[in-house]
Design a protein around this ligand. Structure first.
Ligand code: UDP
Ligand code: UDP
Length: 442
């Protein structure tokens, strides 16, 4: 039996696709070990790991015990998740003995993209093939891989990132830290990991040929960078847990009537923007299920809903919606018949879940890769994106503007049908085999 190990990095957006891939690989009679950096950063990661290893006892967990890097607190301006990736990176030399102790010897390691530069030299020395799992869109991969070739003095003045055969990526879609003169963690990661990708044995992306054909052809045709190993679209990874949460309020709502509003696991909104969002949802006249988040890191979240959005808004939103401030299983919500739309920050996992479940999306990207992902929403017919809205935390989008876009999404039957056809395409395009029930495996 072959033995493959997987090494995710920090944050639910990286962990979730790794767990889904591991679950899929088990049905191929492969022994799987997941190396989990320990301790995890968010509570959500620690809880999902516990649930995952109870559901899949045949998958082994090995902990990569992170060094207590007291001297690394990061810059307070930096995203705490990038700081945690930095801690994992600085502990990665400990992997060498861990990897060589695994039995039977590894046939391959699958590594998160953010650890490419630190882990590829280790696996080369141990002679273990190393495949990089890129947990965002193939279009984002084109930026990730080519950024270091453009990151010279002129790049900050460019209007768009130009890659032969592809539509230019406008400057306004590029994550702002990449355009700063000063160094920052995101810029260093993308530069260093992007360079090392050519030394890996292959790159896996959880996307579909049918939705990102051009980007994949450019990557594999040497248009983005020469010497890249093959880039494989492994399809959208289905959920790996069965339904487990009771959603009593949703059960009482009419089919397709509810807009689900969530900005993922690590995006906090300012109080002012939350107020406008609440106002916009009320003005739209549609029903909604809104997950409020005002702290990036869940372990630091100690406020009640009323403290965050105020008593008045808490009371008025009750008329038409359910507003919560705790983790809900998004796959359960998106697969619920009452849900007819998704106001999303366009994290790649959220978008792949919306594609997998055929839910139309109103894209409101906030940071990082999200504008690049949002551009696909319209292109593939999954929904709409008001690209004039700025990055999160920069300009405040007013309630009236939000209400108009919500009505445009929820009132458009054609968009609903188009999203259903994206779902059909997504399921037809699955390239990894295995037992697959409608709601996932496991
Ligand atoms: N998620 C969830 N419940 C929440 C928030 C997020 O289940 O309240 C899941 C979501 O389904 C997705 C992941 O967490 O699988 C978030 O990843 P994504 O790439 O969408 O965004 P990120 O959180 O990394 O910004
Ligand atoms: N866990 C983790 N990171 C954390 C906390 C927990 O990976 O920061 C995992 C842990 O490996 C175990 C599960 O979550 O599988 C439950 O953790 P807990 O701390 O309750 O117990 P442990 O098994 O670590 O003693």
């Amino acid at each position: 039996m072959s033995h493959i190990a997987l090494l995710p990095s920090s944050g639910m957006g990286h962990l979730t696709p790794f767990l889904r891939l591991a679950a899929l690989l088990t049905v191929h009679n492969i022994k799987i070990t997941i190396i989990t950096p320990y301790p995890t950063f968010s509570l959500a990661e620690s809880q999902v790991l516990f649930h995952f290893f109870s559901t899949f006892p045949q998958i082994r967990q090995e902990k990569l015990h992170l060094l207590p890097l007291d001297n690394f607190s990061g810059n307070s301006e930096e995203d705490p998740f990038y700081c945690h990736i930095e801690v994992i990176r600085r502990s990665s030399h400990l992997l060498s003995s861990l990897l060589s102790s695994l039995s039977p010897p590894l046939a391959a390691l699958i590594t998160d993209m953010s650890l490419t530069a630190s882990v590829v030299p280790i696996t080369k020395a141990l002679n273990i093939p190393n495949y990089i799992f890129f947990t965002s869109s193939a279009q984002m991969l084109t930026l990730f891989i080519s950024f270091h070739t453009k990151a010279n003095a002129n790049s900050y003045e460019m209007d768009a990132l130009q890659i032969p055969t592809l539509e230019p990526i406008p400057k306004s879609w590029i994550p702002p830290p990449l355009l700063q003169d000063s160094n920052n963690l995101l810029k260093t990661y993308i530069t260093e990991n992007g360079k090392e990708m050519t030394k890996s044995d292959g790159i896996l992306v959880n996307t579909l040929e049918s939705i990102e054909e051009e980007s994949l052809a450019a990557l594999n045709g040497g248009k983005v960078i020469l010497g890249l190993p093959s880039v494989t679209a492994i399809g959208l990874l289905p959920p790996c847990f069965n339904k487990c949460q009771s959603l009593a309020w949703l059960d009482t709502q009419p089919i397709g009537s509810v807009l689900y509003v969530s900005f993922g696991s690590r995006t906090a909104m300012s109080r002012e923007q939350l107020k406008e969002l609440g106002d916009g949802l009320m003005r739209s006249g549609y029903r909604f299920l809104w997950v409020v988040k005002d702290k990036k890191v869940d372990r630091e979240d100690d406020k009640d809903l009323e403290d965050v959005i105020g008593n008045e808004l808490t009371e008025s939103v009750k008329e038409r919606g359910l507003v919560v401030k705790h983790w809900l299983n998004q796959e359960n919500i998106l697969s619920h018949p009452a849900v007819g739309g998704f106001l999303s920050h366009c994290g790649w996992n959220s978008l792949t879940e919306a594609m997998w479940l055929g839910v139309r999306v109103l894209a409101w990207p906030q940071h990082g890769d999200q504008k690049i992902n949002a551009s696909l929403v319209e292109r593939i017919g999954l929904g709409i994106w008001e690209s004039s809205w700025g990055w999160g935390g920069k300009d405040i989008v007013k309630g009236q503007q939000i209400a108009e876009k919500v009505s445009e999404l929820m009132g458009n039957e054609l968009l609903r049908m188009k999203a259903v056809s994206v779902r059909e395409k997504a399921r037809a395009g699955m390239e990894l085999g295995g037992t697959r029930e409608d709601e996932g495996i496991g």
